[in-house]
Write a protein that binds this ligand. Structure first.
Ligand code: ZN
Length: 361
């Protein structure tokens, strides 16, 4: 994936697939404010912290601190959150989840950054909390990463590249989702770029989803590492970084976007819930290493106006994993895991709707 940071608004003409005419896309990406929506308008300062134990108690989670005082486990009948002082990594129900800021020990207790508490943990512990509207789930936009002259990552040994694999996975997933009653929009139906340059190509992908009024956006990718590739395998899932926070890979470095509210931030709450279910389902179904639920301001995640995630389904740089990914059977398994994850997310949305209807009665 490419993270873009264009300084100036662009007005470009690009050809979107399936349309005979050129689509005029005013791409003033950096200057677009997040659509105002109840529940998504609270602003935090990055420095605010809350007591982790008190936060857990709000959701009926009991707190237990380790003897050293460095680890705090919050637990109820449904969820277990394990936090550790001085690290951004925690676990939620045994899954690796990366916080925006490290947990700190203050006045003898563990404290969480408020944005992490409200935007990362609260949606998982209590879906819908603080959100006025529950998103629909009819139209799903699938984004096969890369395409055309941008082949993405590759594995020479097995003669495979990312753009072909992501398209194949998307087509498999499309079939499964349509069979489940969803309407599916592809950002590209074949091996093509959406624009001659990468920045516009990525903006165009988000624009296709926005124009289709998609309820959900899933960007599909396969990963690669240069250092010790034999040791790195597994799945990682990215959601959009909340406003005022650093992305997982940034380690306190300002990517120039920290203070901005992007369109993708209007869905912070649902992005997390979606990420949680997709991440969980992929680990369960594929039985692969857990690379974590992470946050990044990938261009597509910044610009889409519906809940969105980006999935890295495995490492092409690892020969053993690449060999599996090269088989249609394994890609089918990946597509099924993603479809199952979407179904779990759909169930959670339905649960919130039912709960609200019961309160009204
Ligand atoms: Zn990619």
């Amino acid at each position: 994936m490419v993270r873009i940071s264009t300084a100036k608004p662009l007005l470009v003409w690009v050809l979107a697939w399936g349309t005979a005419a050129a689509c005029a896309v005013p791409l003033a990406a950096e200057t677009r404010a997040a659509p105002s929506r109840p529940g998504a308008t609270t602003h935090f300062t990055g420095a605010e912290n809350v007591s982790a134990a008190a936060f857990g108690a709000r959701f009926g989670l009991k707190a237990e601190t380790s003897e050293t005082g460095k680890i705090l486990v919050l637990k109820n009948a449904w969820h277990t959150v394990q936090l550790e002082s001085d690290t951004r990594e925690c676990t939620v129900d045994g899954q690796r989840v990366f916080l925006g800021e490290a947990v700190r020990t203050r006045r003898g207790e563990l404290q969480l950054n408020r944005i992490d508490a409200e935007r990362l943990l609260a949606p998982i512990l209590s879906p819908g909390t603080g959100e006025e509207c529950v998103p629909g789930l009819k139209i799903i936009a699938l984004d096969p990463g890369h395409g055309g002259k941008d082949a993405g990552k590759s594995n020479e040994r097995y003669g495979i590249n990312e753009k072909t694999l992501t398209l194949d996975t998307a087509l498999r997933l499309k079939k499964l989702l349509e069979a489940a009653g969803h309407q599916v929009v592809l950002t590209r139906p074949d091996d093509r770029q959406l624009a001659p340059d990468k920045v516009t190509d990525l903006q165009c992908r988000a624009e296709i989803a926005n124009r289709a009024h998609a309820d959900l956006f899933i960007s599909l990718h396969y990963n690669s590492v240069a250092v010790r590739p034999e040791t790195v395998t597994g799945v990682e899932v990215f959601t959009m970084t909340p406003q005022s926070q650093f992305s997982t890979g940034d380690n306190g470095r300002d990517d120039g976007q920290v203070k901005l509210a992007n369109p993708g931030n209007a869905s912070d709450h649902w992005n997390t819930l979606l990420g949680y279910f997709l991440h969980r389902q992929m680990l369960r179904d594929l039985q692969v290493s857990d690379r974590g639920l992470k946050r990044a301001r990938w261009a597509v995640l910044r610009l889409v106006e519906c809940p969105a995630i980006l999935i890295e389904s495995g490492y092409l740089s690892n020969d053993a994993e690449a060999r599996k990914i090269a088989t249609p059977a394994y890609r089918q398994k990946i597509a099924e895991a993603i479809a199952d994850g979407i179904a779990a997310y759909a169930n959670a949305l339905e649960g919130v709707r039912r709960q609200r209807a019961a309160v009204k009665r």
